[in-house]
Design a protein around this ligand. Sequence first.
Ligand code: F6R
Length: 608
Amino acid sequence: MCGIVGYLGKKSATDILIEGLSKLEYRGYDSAGVAVIVDGSVVVEKYKGRLANLEEKIDSNKLVGNVGIGHTRWATHGVPSDLNSHPHTNENQTIAVVHNGIIENYMVLKEWLQSEGYKFKSETDTEVIPHLIDYYYEGDLLDAFMKAVKKMEGSYALGVVCKEEPNKIVAVRKDSPLIVGVGEGESFIASDIPAVLNHTRNVYLLEDNEFVLMEDGNVKIFDFNKNEVKKEIYHVTWNADAAEKGGYDHFMLKEIHEQPKAIKDTLTSRVVKGQKINLDSIKITKEQIAEIDKIYIVACGTAYHAGVVGKYAIEKLAKIPVEIEVASEFRYREPLINERTLMIVISQSGETADTLAALRLAKSENARVIAITNVVGSSVAREADDVLYTWAGPEIAVASTKAYVTQLIAMYIIALYFAENKESIRSTEIDKIKSELLNLSEKAAEVLNQKEKVKAFAKKIYMDKDMYFLGRGLDYAVAMEGSLKLKEISYIHSEAYAAGELKHGPIALIEDDTTVIALATQEYLFEKMLSNIKEVITRGAKVIAVAMEGHDVIEKSVDDAIYIPRVMPIVAPILSVIPLQLLSYYISIEKGCDVDKPRNLAKSVTVE
Ligand code: F6R
């Protein structure tokens, strides 16, 4: 996720671009840059770090012009650096491009362009775009741009300026957001409405595959076949604060709703129907995988809960023993590590102090370390031997949601990769799981459609002092995550228990009206879970169940139930966690808590 802006009018493009980028920094802040047409040339300024760094270094006296594009980056391909920052240009800097998204076939395009003599400077996927436009350019920017876009696979919102046609900006979107702002004799492009709100409230909301041509204050929109499209202007009535959150009341709710896309992005190019898992960023060989005799998964908080699912997936699919541990404990005992140990660390931020210390401990004992992280170039990414990035985009709310589901996806991908290399399960089974993964994004969207039902549950139980989350197998792993979400944003005391463990003590806590959230998505454990539900109901508990479609028999036993679409039990956590995230969110709202910034917590814990 990155932010892009563009301006064409009569005012100072640099000032308007910087102001627009400041409204998009929530979309990424690894680097920032602008390209402005100055006296008929394309002038680029771009630096690693936050926008403030660009503002400090930029010489706005030099960047005098009325046409330009800008970018704030959330790194995916290539570490944060000046060179990898956008805008990217062709070799003689006549064309500059800003991009939000991922060009999936960039390697193929890059090799082809290199064979045509094009030279590349950065590690990014984006750099193929200015070269492609250059390749097709024959005096008409829009034509060349359309030809270039037709070569690309993946997701993109793009803005382009060109020295030869200095009064134009061309743009397009596919699977990445882009709007066009229409002012008096001026026009804008932006990833999101807040970036233009100080200048205009009239915007076009682009659909996928719509091209934009801005020229001398006029805006034209074309379809993929260059037919002009007449669109209605949308008049924005909300304020900038709501717009930054995409119209949602809080970042957490926005991020919960971004999960279908985050799931899809994290699977992109790694899990492809009919192909082997593609992990070109992980260099571990078949022979090295065969040598592993133990895996440690080490992480904190929500990332630890993703690891619990990971243990289950790796042991079931790859048949390698896995130990899972919280990093703050792991680092201070004397774990048995050697060169046949593999450590997997999971960290959204990539900067958690305990996780980083555990990684260093493993490295000092010659173990290989794979990092799963959401932040390109973060400390764990730099220090691990291999990295698998979760492509969730920046997570702003303190309570982790979309990072968690992408961490689960990363764990499944690694488990399948090991299974394929070790041939530890039948290839038909592997194919079945791959298809399940590829359908998850749509199914997650179906779960989100039930949010009104979850909201109604929240209204009934938000005054409770205690709640219990029960589950068996993978449902227990999800119960832990549900309980953590509830604690951190609603301040209600809650505990997660393995349902079979209840009788060994915790059942003494259940009394009249105690709320129990019972997860019952694991088909092979369903009957056992029903018995555990009956045990708590007999003691007076009111029970809300999360079950799989087709198991509505559960309604005979519980007070309320919510259903997730049918999936193989192994991938069910991705769907069953969503109602729990929503439940915590709505309870927190009912209680009037600060959802995005809960008390006593920080997004990244860089101290012990
Ligand atoms: C909970 C939450 C925390 C983090 C934990 C690890 O919603 O966000 O429990 O999961 O602090 O953080 P990372 O993943 O950045 O290492």
